[in-house]
Design a protein around this ligand. Structure first.
Ligand SMILES: N[C@@H](CCC[C@H](N)C(=O)O)C(=O)O
Length: 281
């Protein structure tokens, strides 16, 4: 399945027993486009004790993430289309808490999904970003790399994002900074998804991303939420109005609500095919 081209292999652990010795290893194998299937990672759909279903997400390199926006919409589509939930609104457990999904259908099949992504995390040490002052947000912080000064705003949507605002999205240094900062930089002790944002108006922006654990992807749902939050923190956009985020794979609509402090994400979810994968050793 994919959400705006952010593609994962989904394993149904609700109707089947998943007896796999190592999910990180399986994630690395299925993601390989030559010896596997080819994807940005692996997502497990599992029973839950605290919600209607549970999602676990493994990046292409086998690392497990706490959250995945495009994954949440696809899991919502899968469980509704396969009659594993009864109503159009239900809870999905993630490692960063339970998220409420609402599916929008055409002829009984899910086309788009809205997910309440909860509150953004803004305190430096909770994102986490190294350094001080602790307990405060990280907004337009300078970062010098090879004599060049960049500025970033950091936001966690359960997973860490660093957002760099640029004038032209196609000229963003995504290869240079993504590779350098996403997985091993001391500044981001848990790694970070490195995003680039070009504001177009107070309710529209372009966004591209180098994802921690997966590299450049066509889209990142949590990253789209984080880019909208960062734009609002930098006073380039406003709360309580839907913000259209243009990603390489298509558009998402994000709204940060002031009454609840929650971020809502709406966008497509698509099924490509299903089948049997031979896990050979
Ligand atoms: N593509 C996802 C995010 C996947 C996890 C991310 N790479 C991380 O390690 O935090 C999304 O749509 O949010």
């Amino acid at each position: 399945m994919h959400g705006l081209g952010n593609c994962y292999i989904y394993l149904d652990g609700i109707t089947r027993d998943l007896t796999v010795s190592s999910f990180p290893e399986l994630a690395r194998r299925v993601s390989d486009p030559y010896k596997g299937i080819g994807s940005d990672g692996l997502i497990l759909i599992l029973p839950s004790d605290s919600a209607d279903v549970q999602m676990r997400i493994f990046n292409k390199d086998g690392s497990e993430a706490m959250n995945c926006g495009n994954g949440l919409r696809c899991v919502a589509k899968y469980v509704y289309d396969h009659h594993l939930v009864r109503s159009k609104q239900f809870l999905i457990e993630t490692r960063s808490g339970n998220k409420q999904a609402t599916v929008h259908t055409k002829d009984g099949i899910v086309e788009t999904v809205t997910v309440d992504m909860g509150e953004p995390i803004l305190e430096r040490e909770r994102i986490p970003v190294a350094g001080t002052p602790k307990g405060q947000s990280v907004i337009e912080e300078p970062l010098t790399i090879a004599d060049e000064v960049y500025r970033f705003t950091a936001v966690s949507m359960g997973n860490p994002h660093a957002l760099f605002f640029v004038d032209h999205i196609q000229e963003a240094p995504i290869h240079q900074l993504g590779k350098l900062l996403a997985d091993t930089a001391p500044l981001f002790p848990s790694g970070a998804n490195i995003g680039f944002v070009q504001p177009l108006s107070d309710h529209e922006l372009n966004y591209r991303v180098w994802e921690r654990g997966s590299g450049i992807t066509q889209a990142c749902g949590t990253g789209a939420c984080a880019s909208a939050v960062a734009a609002i923190l930098e006073e380039r956009a406003r709360k309580d109005i839907p913000i259209t985020i243009h990603l390489d794979g298509g558009d998402l609509t994000i709204e940060w609500q002031s009454t609840t402090n929650h971020v809502l994400m709406t966008g497509e979810a698509k099924t490509i095919c299903d089948g049997v994968y031979f896990y050979e050793h």
